[in-house]
Design a protein around this ligand. Structure first.
Ligand code: ACO
Length: 379
C-alpha cells in the first residue's frame, strides 16, 4: 500500500483560532479571565448569576429594572413538564447523572412550545427556558433520588437560592447562597472550551438550541473537561489523610497518571477561577470534613506544582466547595453544567447572529492508489 511521508501529528486543535467572539477572553499566559471585557475579579462576589447571564447574553450589565424583570422571568421558568419528571423516574439505578441530564435536556426539545423554531424571538424565549429548566432538572433528579417530591421555584428567591432550595428541599442560609452564586459565576463561560465549541458546531448547521445544549452536555461530561471535579472528590476521599498525600501523588505521577483538577490547555500559570474557589473552601473550613479536605488539597497542590510544575484548574477546589455545601459528588459535573449553560447559550446566540457552517479540514495522512480486491480473493 502506498503511503504519504509522515510529518508531525496535528492533534487537539491546540492554538488554532476557530472564530471571533466578544463573550469571554482567557489570557492563559497571565492567568486572567474576562467576561465581556470585565476582569473576573471585577465581577466575582459582586454580581449575582442572573446579572452575569444578562451580561453574557446582552453584552451589558442590567440596570435594576432590567435585572428584576430578567430574574423573575428566569424563576418563572424553573418548572418542568411532567414528562421530564417521568423520564427521570424511568432512569435505571446508577445512571450517570450527566447522561440523565443530557437525556432530559434532549427530551425537553420535544415539549418546548418553540421547538423547531430558530427565529431570534423564539431563541430569546428558549434561552431563558433552557437555562432555568437545566437547573430544575438537576434539582428534580436529587429530590427524586432521596425519595422526596419535586419542588416548584419560589418567586421570592433568586436563581442560586431557588436552586439550593429545590435541590435540598429547605431554604438555604445566606452564606451558602453567596458561595453557590459565586460558584455559578466562576463557571459561567470560558472562551472556546470544548463544550462551547461543540455547541457552536451544532447550531452552525442550523440545528436548534436544544440540540446544541445536548451536544454541549455530552462534551462536558468527559473527565478531561467538566467530569474532572467528581474525580477530584474521589481522589480526596481515597487519600483520606494529609499524611497519605505524598505517597499517593508520587505513585500517580510515576505511573504517568493525570492528577484530576490539574493542568489546563489554556493556562500556563494559575487558573484565576481556582484562586477564588481556594478562598471559598478556606472560608468553609469549619464545615464537617472540610478542614481535612482542605489540608489534603493544599498538600496535593504543593506537590504537583513542585514535581510537575502545573497548577490547579477550576475543578480542583470546586470539589471541596461543593462538598462543603452538602452537594453529593455525583452532582458536581451537573452543577458545572447548570452554570455553563449561560455561556453555551451566549455562544449559540453569537453563532446564530452571524452564522457560517463550521466545517474545518483535516490533513489526510492515509494512502493512495489502493486496488480493489474481490472479497473471495482477500486474505
Ligand atoms: N496531571 C499530571 N500531569 C499532567 C496533568 C495532570 N493533571 N495535566 C497535564 N499534565 C502533563 C502531561 O502529562 C504532559 O506531560 P509530558 O509533556 O511530560 O507528557 C503535559 O503536562 C501536557 O499535558 P497534555 O495532556 O498534553 O495537555 P493538554 O493541554 O492536552 O491537556 C488537560 C489539558 C486535558 C486539562 C490536562 O491537563 C488534564 O488531563 N488534566 C486533568 C483533567 C482535568 O483536570 N480536566 C479539567 C480541565 S478544566 C475544565 O475543563 C473545566
Amino acid at each position: 500500500m502506498a503511503t504519504q511521508k509522515k510529518s508531525p501529528p496535528v492533534r487537539g486543535l491546540e492554538g488554532v483560532v476557530a472564530g471571533d467572539t466578544e463573550i469571554s477572553y482567557v489570557d492563559g499566559d497571565n492567568g486572567e479571565l474576562y467576561y465581556r471585557g470585565y476582569h473576573l475579579d471585577e465581577l466575582a462576589g459582586k454580581v449575582s448569576y442572573e446579572e452575569l447571564v444578562y451580561l453574557l447574553w446582552y453584552g451589558k450589565l442590567p440596570n435594576k429594572k432590567e435585572l428584576e424583570a430578567f430574574a423573575s422571568f428566569l424563576t418563572n421558568n424553573m418548572k418542568l413538564p411532567p414528562e421530564i419528571v417521568e423520564i427521570i423516574q424511568l432512569a435505571p439505578p446508577r445512571t450517570n447523572l450527566m447522561t440523565l441530564l443530557r437525556t432530559c435536556q434532549s427530551a425537553l426539545g420535544m415539549f418546548d412550545p418553540d421547538g423547531g423554531k430558530i427565529s431570534e424571538e423564539a431563541n430569546n424565549r428558549k434561552s431563558v427556558r433552557i437555562l432555568a429548566q437545566n437547573a430544575a432538572i438537576v434539582a428534580a433528579i436529587h429530590r427524586l433520588e432521596v425519595g422526596e417530591k419535586v419542588l416548584s421555584p419560589s418567586a421570592k428567591m433568586g436563581f442560586a437560592e431557588n436552586f439550593l432550595y429545590m435541590f435540598f428541599g429547605r431554604k438555604p442560609n445566606k452564606l451558602d447562597v453567596q458561595v453557590f452564586d459565586c460558584l455559578l459565576v466562576l463557571h459561567a463561560d470560558h472562551g472556546l472550551a470544548a463544550s462551547s465549541f461543540a455547541a457552536r458546531v451544532t447550531v452552525s448547521t442550523l440545528a436548534g438550541m436544544h440540540s446544541a445544549i445536548t451536544t454541549a452536555l455530552a462534551t462536558l461530561k468527559g473527565r478531561l473537561h467538566g467530569g474532572a471535579n467528581t474525580r477530584v472528590m474521589q481522589m480526596l476521599e481515597e487519600i483520606d489523610s494529609p499524611t497519605s498525600v505524598k505517597k499517593y501523588i508520587s505513585t500517580m505521577l510515576s505511573d504517568g497518571k493525570k492528577v484530576m483538577g490539574f493542568g489546563h490547555r489554556m493556562y500556563k500559570v494559575e487558573d484565576p477561577r481556582s484562586r477564588h474557589l481556594r478562598k471559598y473552601s478556606q472560608k468553609l473550613v469549619s464545615r464537617p470534613g472540610v478542614a481535612n479536605l482542605y489540608e489534603i488539597s493544599q498538600r496535593i497542590e504543593k506537590q504537583v506544582m513542585q514535581e510537575k510544575g502545573i497548577f490547579p484548574n477550576i475543578d480542583f477546589y470546586s470539589a471541596t466547595v461543593q462538598h462543603a455545601l452538602g452537594i453529593p459528588k455525583e452532582y458536581f459535573t451537573c452543577i458545572f453544567a447548570v452554570a455553563r449553560t449561560a455561556g453555551w447559550i451566549a455562544h449559540i446566540r453569537e453563532q446564530f447572529a452571524d452564522n457560517r457552517l463550521i466545517r474545518p479540514t483535516s490533513r489526510y495522512i492515509g494512502g493512495y492508489g489502493n486496488k480493489f480486491v474481490p472479497i473471495d480473493k482477500r486474505e
